[in-house]
Design a binder for this molecule. Structure first.
Ligand code: NA7
Length: 546
């Protein structure tokens, strides 16, 4: 299609509109959505709170931050030229390299000219009479657009713990997700880390390399697995570049878009020797193999899960010298893989260092942060620095931070009170012309793969609307109900429902987020895409264009 044809087909921009679409967030999803909507000839603005592109990889600059997905399975797949031009230097890329990559993408496709940085969106209201969205920034600027596309990410609203006295601390304090741009030295310092999720584990093992003394405050231990990262050799680089088609085909076929996918066998149908050999192999496999490529029933069958958990517990006991410390590091309230598995490189050995101490705050709870450090029920610890690796108000938190209102002034927060309901994780009834990227109820997994699919689906929908001169899209309540029921059905019987985590929507640092909910779609990514493809092929059945 020529440019003139595209322009001819494009509906005239309604009077009073500043943009056809506003995308909130210049992370992986927002950047690609901008690229795709430009192809439709749309006038698009991206509003980004940070000073640069990259989203997650812009904000999370904490020490040790890196991919847990193989680098070459994580980057964008849409441009062969980009794939051939970019060299990943490690199998699991460190954050500075990933941020460099996303800047490279922004430059290559000249994305920055449509991105407004330092612009935090505080409100988005649908004006039914004019059929437009009014977006408001923190600075008070108002933008009017037809389509509102929150690309705000599922893990981008950091949360601090609910502990008294945090502002009173006289040393340096950092949350991992708002880490400063300047280097931070730990040399000779007394450092505390609160939190032992995927972020805490990466931080702890890095800080431990140079710290004076490190104290880790652990509430719940997680099952961690060796990452087995290494540099990519020149020969591997050539082979990776030649194999991109196969790599992305593989990601398309696997359960969660990783290179790893569940083994078709049950853990209970193989002999003990065979099982042990398989688990040993998985433990040595780089990346998420042990989590994503384990026996098919590991996450649904208690017995199968116990076999794997016992195996990993044995590894922890072998790696940690002090048996009392080892027991504290072994999760007792959930099985392997039922929460996000942190990837580590020497994490357990950190606790063999004479200058590292583990405090189990179930035994001695934190009472308050003091000017000098942290007081537990047992004693006061003095620190020069406290690092909060306490996670995010996940999945819906980044939406909740914006005052999003649909028809009749209904707040999205209220629409989702008690239970999240969506159409394909992309749309919500009573919020016309709002298309979420990696919103609740989408297939998360190896996230850029899910992002590319979501973005292309949204571009497909907007292209269809352009072609048919439609300016309004809202999912029907029936379509929302059907999709939500499907999401709930897939969550049934999962052992991950039996433990609090960000994946079950629990964050005890936030009011109203203390009960478990179905926040994610837990079916396979291919099944998710098949459903969305069916909807698109049926002229977006379930979407009301009236
Ligand atoms: P997570 O996985 O939510 O971990 C947060 C950690 O902080 C976890 O160990 C929490 O313990 C701990 N935490 C939270 N609040 C407190 C309080 N009040 N006191 C003590 N400890 C606390 O976040 P991450 O940033 O590690 O990872 C999030 C995802 O980002 C990750 O899965 C990747 O996909 C990227 P708890 O387990 O709740 O007892």
């Amino acid at each position: 299609m020529s440019t003139s044809e595209m322009t001819a087909e494009r509906p005239q921009r309604q009077q009073g509109l500043d943009y056809d679409a506003i995308i909130v967030g210049a992370g992986i999803s927002g950047m690609y959505q901008l690229y795709k909507l430009r192809e439709l000839g749309m006038n698009v603005r991206v509003l980004e709170a940070g000073t640069g592109v990259g989203g997650t990889w812009y904000w999370n600059r904490y020490p040790g931050a890196r991919f847990d997905s193989e680098s070459y399975s994580y980057g964008y797949s849409f441009s062969d030229e980009l794939l051939q031009e970019w060299n990943w230097t490690e199998h699991f890329s460190p954050q500075p390299e990933t941020l460099k990559y996303l800047n490279f993408v922004a430059d290559k496709f000249d994305l920055r000219r449509d991105i407004e940085f330092r612009t935090r969106v505080t409100a988005a209201h649908f004006k039914a009479d004019q059929r437009l969205w009014e977006i408001r920034s923190e600075a008070g600027k108002v933008y009017r657009c037809r389509f509102f596309i929150p690309a705000v990410g599922p893990l981008s609203a950091p949360t601090m713990p609910r502990i008294d006295g945090i502002p009173s601390f006289e040393g340096a304090s950092y949350h991992t997700a708002t880490w400063p741009h300047e280097p931070v030295s730990f040399e000779g310092k007394r450092v505390a880390v609160i939190g032992t999720g995927a972020t805490g584990v990466q931080t702890i093992q890095e800080v431990a390399k140079t710290v004076g003394h490190l104290t880790v405050f652990q509430r719940t231990p997680n099952w961690c697995k060796p990452l087995k990262n290494r540099k990519i050799t020149e020969d591997e680089q050539r082979r990776i570049k030649a194999a991109y088609d196969e790599i992305f085909k593989r990601c398309d076929e696997t359960f969660s878009c990783f290179l790893h996918t569940p083994d078709p066998r049950s853990a209970m149908e193989v002999s003990a020797e065979e099982r042990e050999a398989f688990l040993e192999k998985l433990y040595e496999t780089p990346g998420f193999g042990m989590w994503q490529g384990n026996f098919r029933d590991m996450l649904t069958n208690r017995e199968a899960n116990k076999v794997v958990s016992d195996f990993v517990a044995g590894k922890i006991r072998q790696r940690v010298n002090d048996p009392v410390v080892a027991e504290k590091l072994i999760p007792k309230n959930h099985g392997f893989g039922t929460r996000r598995v942190p990837m580590e490189s020497g994490y357990y050995e950190v606790y063999n260092q004479p200058n590292v101490e583990l405090v189990d705050i179930n035994e001695t709870p934190i009472e308050r942060i003091t000017p000098k450090g942290i007081r537990t029920s047992d004693r006061e610890y003095e620190f020069d620095m406290i690092i909060y690796a306490t996670g995010f108000d996940a999945v819906t938190g980044s939406f909740d931070r914006i005052d999003i209102r649909g028809t009749d002034g209904l707040a999205l927060k209220d629409r989702w009170k008690g239970s999240i309901e969506t159409f394909l994780g992309i749309m919500v009834d009573r919020f016309p012309n709002m298309m979420m990227l990696v919103g609740p109820h989408t297939a998360l997994g190896n996230i850029p793969r899910s992002i590319e699919y979501n973005v292309e689906w949204v571009a497909g929908l907007l292209g269809y609307m352009q072609q048919h001169k439609l300016s309004f899209a809202e999912p029907t309540p029936g379509a929302v109900e059907e999709w939500t029921a499907n999401v709930r059905k897939h969550a049934e019987g999962l052992l991950s429902n039996e433990i609090d985590s960000w994946m079950t929507g629990v964050n005890r640092n936030i009011d109203g987020k203390t009960t478990r909910i179905v926040a994610r779609y837990s079916g396979s990514a291919p099944a998710y895409r098949a459903w969305c493809d069916r909807v698109a092929a049926a002229n977006y059945e379930g979407v009301d264009f009236a």
